[in-house]
Write a protein that binds this ligand. Structure first.
Ligand code: UD1
Ligand code: MG
Length: 451
């Protein structure tokens, strides 16, 4: 039986962040989720374990996939120790082939893993691992071969550059082990090296010394296989994926202008014919219909944008749904739980939160609408505020259809305004207004002749 083990217990010191390394985001999604997605293409989730340790609760919470099990590595004493701890848990589960994947290789894909597993099976190996070539071997473990045959991986810190300066093949941290053959070697791992850690890579030389068959398959110059350990490597990987995703959508018929400045998460769906102008960022489970136009400098997260919508420049949209042919912005902010009907007009400096807005409504300038329901064809004048918060509790506002709210109106919630009503500009409305009513609360204007 094939089991997959993803190593995700390390702290990631070189990342200089309080966020565990495997949770560092790439296009808005934690690195670990990419790795698990790739692993899921070759191994069932019921047969997948994630080794956790540093901030393990946070790491576990980020994974919603059912079936995946977690193994705790109390102290993180190195990748060799990680395998040792995991094997203590897995050894009675009938695992024969163990796929081990570092949790910091976010661009890993099905084809890489498929190549490795096929190579392992066809060559009948006891250990197979994936390598690639780089110009500078940097912090990676370097693969040592003699007459083409692999016989060791030497970690960067332990490498004598005068002996191995010519080498450019590195270990990518993705292995398949025949566990029955490898298990007897685990107790022989030592931490007798410059970092004082137990290295999984020591298994290569141990296996060769013990007459086991070891092979490495080299996918040359493959940047997708590079482990991410530093902020620079994080953004380099992100950039590779960002460009790949933009090219994918361009090929699918999405017009992405200035695409070098457009960032689209892999979880986003876009219909052909939509036009996006960079720079902009579109993340989360955003769905964009056809013939939508997104102008530059927009941030869109977890939104549903129906066909024909125009999102104008500098708009910030988070977890909102925009009905077809609506127009939002420039400089609009839609916060979570906003539901706009069709053909709605939201103009500049309008903020809407947790509200349902009916079709053909216009809120064109300088307003705050929160905890409100607005019927169809209503016009909300410039500077209208739903005063939803009394200092401790949020209250709701209901505005009917065909209502005209004059400019600079404060609606003190809880309150409702009936259909076809008109609110005079400059009013502070504290009591609900019946349907078909004109209400205003303006104080009488007085004037005195100047002396
Ligand atoms: C490792 C390899 C190196 C390879 C590189 C590829 C070792 C000793 N070295 O180095 O040969 O070129 O990956 O990217 O394995 N982890 C644990 N528990 C621990 C330590 C680490 O779970 O005690 C996890 C980390 O969370 C990480 C993975 O193992 O996901 C690899 O650890 P990392 O510290 O990144 O190893 P590298 O120095 O990159
Ligand atoms: Mg690493």
């Amino acid at each position: 039986m094939l089991h997959a083990l993803v190593l995700a217990a390390g702290k990631g010191t070189r990342m200089c962040s309080t966020v565990p390394k495997v949770l560092q985001p790439i296009l808005g999604e934690p690195m670990l989720l990419y790795v698990l997605e790739a692993v899921a293409t070759v191994c069932e989730q019921d047969n997948t374990s994630v080794l956790v340790g540093h901030k393990s609760e946070l790491v576990k919470q980020s994974i919603h996939s059912k079936g995946i099990t977690f193994i705790e590595q109390g102290e993180q004493l190195g990748t060799g120790h990680a395998l040792y701890v995991a094997w203590e848990q897995l050894q009675h589960q009938g695992v024969d082939r163990l796929l081990v994947v570092n949790g910091d290789v976010p661009l890993l894909s099905h084809s890489h893993l498929h190549s490795l597993l096929t190579y392992f099976d066809e060559e009948q190996l006891d250990i197979a691992f994936l390598t690639t070539t780089v110009e500078e071997t940097g912090d990676y473990g370097v693969v040592i071969r003699e007459n083409e045959k692999v016989y060791a991986i030497i970690e960067a810190k332990d490498l004598d550059p005068s002996l191995y300066s010519e080498l450019n093949e590195i270990n990518t941290g993705i292995y398949v082990f025949s566990m029955q053959k490898i298990a007897p070697l685990l107790p022989y791992l030592t931490n007798n090296n410059i970092k004082g850690e137990y290295y999984i890579t020591q298994l290569i030389s141990l296996a060769v010394e013990n007459g086991l068959s070891v092979g490495a398959i080299c996918l040359e110059d493959n940047k997708e296989l590079l482990g991410v350990n530093t902020p620079l490597e994080l953004v380099e990987s992100e950039e590779i994926l960002r460009e790949k995703i933009c090219l994918y959508w361009l090929m699918k018929g999405v017009h992405i202008h200035n695409y070098l400045s457009v960032s689209i998460s892999p979880t986003v769906e876009i219909e052909p014919g939509t036009v996006i102008y960079g720079p902009c960022t579109i993340t989360g489970k955003t769905m964009i219909g056809e013939d939508v136009v997104i102008e530059p400098y927009c941030y869109i997260h977890n939104a549903t944008i129906h066909s024909g919508v125009n999102v104008r420049s500098f708009s910030h949209i988070d977890s909102a749904s925009l009905g077809s042919h609506s127009r939002v912005g420039p400089f609009a902010r839609l916060r979570p739980d906003v539901l706009l009907g069709n053909n709605v007009r939201i103009g500049n400096f309008v903020e809407i939160k947790k509200s349902t807005v009916g079709s053909n409504v216009a809120i064109n300038h300088l307003s705050y609408i929160g905890d409100a329901t607005i019927g169809e064809k209503t016009n909300i004048g410039a500077g209208t505020i739903t005063c939803n918060y009394d200092g401790s509790v949020k209250h709701s506002t209901t505005i009917g259809s065909n209502v005209f709210v004059g400019s600079i109106t404060a609606l003190i919630a809880p309150i409702s305004i009936g259909d076809n009503s008109t609110i005079g500009a400059g009013s502070v409305i504290t009591k609900s207004v019946q349907a078909n009513t004109l209400a205003l609360s303006r104080s009488e204007q007085k004037a005195w002749q100047k002396k």
